[in-house]
Design a protein around this ligand. Structure first.
Ligand code: SF4
Ligand code: MSK
Length: 625
């Protein structure tokens, strides 16, 4: 069994893993151990099961087969496998965006009781980007037109996705020149799957170019739509104080956890938790109130907009249940371990799945749709309240930690006084040397949160502003890096700037789809300096990534011109050509490439070196690293 000393840098994970083992609960770390040794062919990308002439594998040592039954070599097999990962990641986030567009359409048609347009200004601004006439138009009519226009972005009627216009002109021209302008969100994923069918595209370079176009269709398409429609329906995030870690659970209150990604369900659960009749019911049942907390990205969505506390990131989702304090966990989709229902069965927790797209063993299934969400949320919250009395032993081993979240681009620009200019000036003056987006998941192959927190600390110490999303944002918040006082851990220049603005040196930009906020911010900086994104002293990192979605995010970062360092190695080492293209050759194609460095101390050096090179090329003071 995994031992609790070596799995995580966080106390709550270590103590709760110990508790889970006492309760004979098997966790992700135990199952990871049980899988050792993992398949070397799959790890290097050299196995193929695309068709049933196979499965095939290539011998990396050159002694066994060098071609699959169809004749595909290592380059083709590795590229095809990676492309399919990227397609699945793009499909996931972009389909999440589609669900939001459907809610927007339902609101416009009066079919979504409980949902409404919370931010009319954002609705108008985005509608104008879609070329819609906004003046004097009824809000719901405009929402309906925008939903229709966004649906067109998913199809094959456009030559270029609408929100690609947000990218700097130099970047758009480059994409046009190399033929990777994303045309339709579903189209690019569909074409990627077509090309990787046996006997279609067998050029490993052309496959990888389409993978970039596919990833861009998510970053500048599906995920961007997801973020914008979430802002329209639920509000543009503004900084909110909050608390994080397993200590956010309350012994004397009904604890409800939302898990997954899409705010469509979690926002309705929040509304139900705040309903007077539910709070009265909780008191009647002997609880002091109802405590809603999140895990993973739907938690980030609530944290960003309402300051709802965050119980943990990906690897904490099983352990939170072992507190015995969770009266109900509701899940929507993505990153939800299929083990959760079984673990909940060891405690009193009700586990509820809510999406027609996502079923799980040992969970009760109650499907949320725009027309029933408000009523269903109340019914489920009342069941959670009833469950409070069934609790047995409760173990909440830590005190929560304070954090601030909610830095949308609008909030960041607002904090800067209305324009990115002060940030540009601070970068030029060398007070802030650059900025890095740290994103992505946890992975049991890396000590939980060690990669995120170590890299973040090293960067802020060296005057590099960090923005983060997804599971990283929970790790750094737990480490105390997301409060204004954390400037004490920053270098002198970053401390001065963040201190003057009253912001932490690590800004929480949101959930995984909210990585697009980083693209928008990077574009604003590039436009302010009249350069391309690839000229900026910026970088991306995913120190503990695990998911296909993260592979897609990394790819749209690189295709957008952002040097990106991955922690875990993607399954590509079976092809020296693919490795060389992704880590070097792409510099010639899109002005940025990947690096892989599992040690966050070394990753920090790579990033600092890159940032100083970019500063030097821009003619602003650079350091030797
Ligand atoms: Fe084997 Fe080719 Fe079929 Fe892949 S596509 S399983 S390499 S025959
Ligand atoms: S939840 S994709 S584990 S960041 Fe977005 Fe975390 Fe990665 Fe899922």
């Amino acid at each position: 069994m995994a031992t609790f000393e070596n799995v995580s840098i966080t106390d709550d994970a270590a103590l709760l893993l110990n508790k889970a083992h006492q309760d004979r609960v098997e966790t992700v770390w135990d199952r990871h151990d049980a899988q050792q040794p993992q398949c070397g062919y799959c790890e290097t990308g050299l196995s193929c099961r695309i068709c049933i002439m196979g499965p095939c594998r290539i011998d990396p040592f050159g002694e066994g087969p060098q071609r699959g039954v169809c004749g595909a070599d290592a380059d083709i097999i590795v590229a095809r496998n990676l492309c399919r990962m990227i397609a699945a990641g793009a499909a996931s986030h972009s389909d999440h965006g589609r669900d939001l567009v459907e809610v927007l359409a339902a609101v416009a048609e009066g079919r979504a009781p409980g949902y409404r347009i919370r931010d009319e200004n954002k609705l108008k601004a985005v509608a104008a980007e879609y070329g819609l006439e906004t003046e004097g138009k009824d809000t719901l009519a405009l929402a309906g037109e925008l939903a229709d226009a966004m649906m067109e972005d998913y199809g094959m009627r456009r030559k270029c996705l609408t929100l690609v216009a947000r990218a700097p002109e130099k970047r758009r021209k480059l994409w046009e020149k190399i033929g990777i302008i994303p045309r339709g969100i579903d189209r690019e994923t569909s074409e990627m799957l077509h090309r990787t069918h046996m006997g279609v595209d067998n050029g490993w370079q052309s496959l990888l170019l389409q993978a970039m176009r596919n990833a861009l269709s998510d970053g500048w398409g599906g995920s961007m739509i997801a973020t914008e429609v979430s802002d329209i329906l639920f509000g543009v995030p503004q900084p909110h104080p909050t608390t994080v870690n397993a200590g956010v659970l309350k012994k004397d209150q009904v604890n409800i956890i939302v898990h997954g990604h899409n705010p469509v369900v979690s926002e309705m659960i929040l509304k139900a938790c705040q309903a007077e009749e539910m709070i009265a019911l909780a008191k009647e049942k002997g609880a002091a109130g109802i405590n809603l907390a999140g895990v993973c990205c739907t938690g980030n969505e609530l944290l960003m907009r309402h300051g709802i506390p965050m119980a943990g990131n990906h690897l904490m989702t099983e352990l939170i249940l072992s507190t015995g304090a969770v009266d109900m966990m509701l899940v929507d989709y993505q990153c939800i371990m299929p083990s959760l229902g079984t673990i909940a069965g060891c405690y009193h927790t009700h586990m509820i799945s809510t999406s027609d797209k996502a079923r799980f063993p040992n969970m009760e299934h109650y499907e949320f749709h725009p027309d029933n969400a408000e009523k269903l949320a109340l019914e489920l919250v009342s069941r959670a309240v009833e469950n409070f009395a069934r609790r047995k032993q409760v173990y909440i081993p830590v005190e929560s930690v304070k954090a601030v979240g909610g830095f949308s681009v609008e909030a960041v620009v607002g904090a800067l006084g209305g324009s990115p200019e002060p940030l540009v000036e601070a970068i030029k003056a060398g007070k802030i040397r650059g900025a890095v987006g740290i994103v992505g998941c946890n992975n049991p192959k890396i000590k939980h949160d060690y990669g995120h927190v170590t890299l973040t600390r090293r960067l802020i110490e060296n005057d590099i502003l960090v923005v983060d999303t997804g599971c990283v944002s929970v790790a750094t918040a737990k480490a105390g890096l997301k409060v204004p006082e954390a400037i004490e851990m920053a270098g002198a220049g970053l401390k001065e700037i963040c201190g003057a603005l009253g912001i932490p040196p690590v800004l929480h930009l949101g959930s995984c789809v909210d990585n697009v906020r980083i693209l928008v911010l990077a574009s604003a900086l590039a436009n302010a300096l009249d350069v391309d994104i690839s000229d900026l002293p910026l970088a991306g990192a995913a120190p503990e990534w695990y998911s296909e979605k993260a592979a897609t995010i990394g790819t749209y970062f690189v295709a957008s011109g952002v040097f990106t360092v991955l922690g875990p190695m993607p399954p590509i080492t079976g092809s020296a050509n693919v490795v060389s293209l992704l880590t070097q050759g792409l510099n010639e194609v899109v002005g940025a490439a990947f690096a892989v460095e599992p040690d966050p101390e070394k990753a920090a050096v790579l990033i600092r070196r890159h940032i100083e090179q970019k500063r030097k090329a821009l003619g602003i003071p650079a350091l030797d690293v």
